[in-house]
Design a protein around this ligand. Structure first.
Ligand SMILES: N[C@@H](CCC[C@H](N)C(=O)O)C(=O)O
Length: 287
């Protein structure tokens, strides 16, 4: 058996997208994530930060269901960059300027913006400790118990997935590969966390580098950019709209007065292909 896929990315955060709306694709978690890891592998697979599976849905108002798996096989509730890619795909397919799709974190809406960019309404941020989730009741504006390597007290934000945002003087100087995995698996985060290091450049610009839960360092993280803007605004470091400068480029994020987080940025389709039978039955060789 082989499967068609699309290779897409948002600012270099890259995805293998499988359309399972008419031909179901088995749930990769049944395989303990081995199949996802094989597809995501940079040397022997297609290579991606996340595997995205589009499924059919009965959810009112939704054109599709978007399932998200990290490169390590774990399932995630949200992915901002993939949401723009899927929104674009659904709009291209329908010829409309708006698409809606269900995710584990809720119904999302995508629209066309200027210069071919796509805006996705990522919904309201969740700021209560139990929604992040954190292991114990804590002020999410400064999680004092999270400290390592000279970094401490991140802002915790849930954007459909957990984020911890550290504000630093120099984002380039952060040893991300060293501290990222320590914070991702910190005991304060029972479901692990995505980790952002943010340097405020001005009231409307933030430089941010990310260590993603289940994927490591990526070129960009859409939900991470949303969480960073929310964290900065909560701390009074910026206004409620800013450009987030990532390794792969810039996302514009706005936290509206009615508590929605709007993310605007580019999408790209790199190529299409077919997964080999070896990749689709990867559980036979890797488990
Ligand atoms: N790259 C994504 C986030 C993907 C999921 C994340 N690693 C998690 O485990 O929550 C984005 O653009 O938001």
């Amino acid at each position: 058996m082989t499967r068609e896929f699309l290779k897409m990315h948002g600012l270099g955060n890259d995805f293998v997208v499988i359309d399972a709306r008419s031909e179901p694709y088995r749930n990769p978690m049944v395989l303990g994530g081995a199949e996802v890891r094989a597809i995501a592998g940079r040397k022997t697979g297609v290579g991606c930060d996340q595997l995205i599976i589009l499924e059919s849905t009965d959810a009112p108002g939704a054109d599709a269901f978007m399932r998200i798996h990290n490169a390590d096989g774990s399932e995630a509730g949200a992915c901002g960059n993939a949401s723009r890619c899927v929104g674009w795909l659904l709009m291209e397919e329908s010829g409309r300027d708006r698409a809606s799709f269900q995710t584990a974190a809720g119904l999302l809406h995508a629209t066309r913006a200027d210069n071919g960019r796509i805006t996705v309404d990522m919904g309201p941020p969740r700021l209560d400790w139990s929604a992040i989730p954190l292991a114990a009741p804590t002020d999410t504006l400064r999680v004092e118990s999270v400290e390592h390597g000279g970094f401490s007290g991140p802002v915790a934000v849930n954007m459909g997935n957990p984020h911890a945002v550290f504000f630093v003087d120099d984002a380039e100087a952060v040893p991300l590969a060293e501290v990222g995995p320590v914070f991702e698996t910190h005991a304060a985060f029972p479901e692990r966390s995505n980790i952002e290091f943010a340097q405020v450049l001005s009231p409307t610009a933030i430089r941010m580098r990310v260590w993603e839960r289940g994927a490591g360092i990526t070129q960009a993280c859409g939900t991470g950019a949303c969480a960073t803007l929310v964290a900065a605004a909560r701390r009074g470091l910026t206004g409620r709209k800013a450009d987030i400068l990532l390794d792969g480029g810039t996302l514009t994020i706005e936290w509206t007065a009615d508590d929605r987080v709007l993310m605007t940025g580019p999408v790209a389709l790199s190529f299409s292909g077919r997964l080999s039978a070896e990749l689709v039955s990867a559980e036979l060789v890797s488990e």
